[in-house]
Design a protein. Structure first.
Length: 74
């Protein structure tokens, strides 16, 4: 499973490099599509340690998000 994770990670990084170095429209769109698919697949097949770190990062980054107070609603 870790080999599959690394393979899709390398493919996604290659697609990102291709996106940054291409000026044509269709190859850029295809590179972004490949990058998005690889990103989603990497999140699914990532080892549990990496998934845990992503979960902690999301929880820490959204700590300051709260509902607006009634005074600010107008």
């Amino acid at each position: 499973m870790f080999g599959l994770f690394l393979m899709t990670l390398v493919t996604g990084l290659a697609a990102a490099c291709f996106y940054l170095n291409t000026s044509e429209e269709v190859p850029r769109i295809m590179a972004i599509a490949i990058l998005a698919i690889c990103f989603c697949f990497d999140i699914i097949v990532a080892p549990w340690q990496i998934q845990f770190l992503l979960l902690i990062a999301v929880l820490v980054s959204t700590r300051n998000v709260s509902m607006p107070s009634k005074e600010n609603l107008g």
